[in-house]
Design a protein around this ligand. Structure first.
Ligand code: HEC
Length: 161
């Protein structure tokens, strides 16, 4: 005699699908417990780079500041792993290369900054995807680089690395 439970109907795959979805949701929840990337406290500003032209100061703040200063504004996805991990790693790396909030420490030569800006390497396209105001037009790039050169001349960092 055939029973419903043994019939090879279309049912089992549905259970597997539910199982997969459940496992997916569970792992997304579980990775939130990893104690990395949760701390969104910025280190104090030791010595801020000083820009004479407020336009340049603003460009630096909106296009570079989140990764190259201690004044990072953390977006919503910084609260959710794995976005939080990528971000924490990225910000740590960015600050270690160049930090406009630690002008009392050696920083890269202004030529390196100009090169990153001119090549369009910085700010990265993934970043401008989420922060459209960080995009730099060619005219912006010229103003920004001139402002950086002037700032390095007037108030250079403690050293060049
Ligand atoms: C989304 C984060 C982010 C933004 C925004 C950003 N950077 Fe970076 N930057 C990084 C990271 C991460 C590194 C280190 C890894 C690398 O060199 O690619 C870095 C490295 C650098 C370096 C060192 C490159 C080298 O020679 O190793 C310079 C100079 C620099 N950035 C300039 C800038 C300037 C100027 C801006 C603004 C116009 C900017 N960055 C915007 C993340 C960022």
């Amino acid at each position: 005699m055939s029973t419903e439970s043994s019939s090879p109907s279309g049912r089992p795959w549905k259970r597997y699908l539910l199982y997969l979805i459940g496992a997916g949701v569970a792992s997304v929840l579980l990775i939130q417990l990893v104690p990395y990337g949760h701390s969104h406290t910025n280190p104090p500003v030791a010595q801020a780079a000083v820009f004479k032209d407020p336009r340049v100061a603003e460009m630096v703040a909106t296009s570079c500041g989140d990764c190259h200063s201690n004044l990072t504004k953390y977006p919503w996805y910084s609260n959710v792993a794995p976005g939080s991990w990528l971000l924490a790693n990225h910000i740590g790396e960015g600050r270690s290369k160049l930090n406009f909030s630690e002008w009392n420490k050696p920083q890269p030569p202004v030529e390196d900054l100009a090169e990153q800006i001119n090549s369009g390497e910085m700010p990265g396209w993934q970043y401008t995807l989420m922060h459209s105001s960080a995009k730099l037009s060619n005219a912006d790039k010229k103003v920004l680089i001139a402002g950086l050169v002037q700032m390095y001349r007037d108030t250079p960092p403690a050293g060049i690395k």
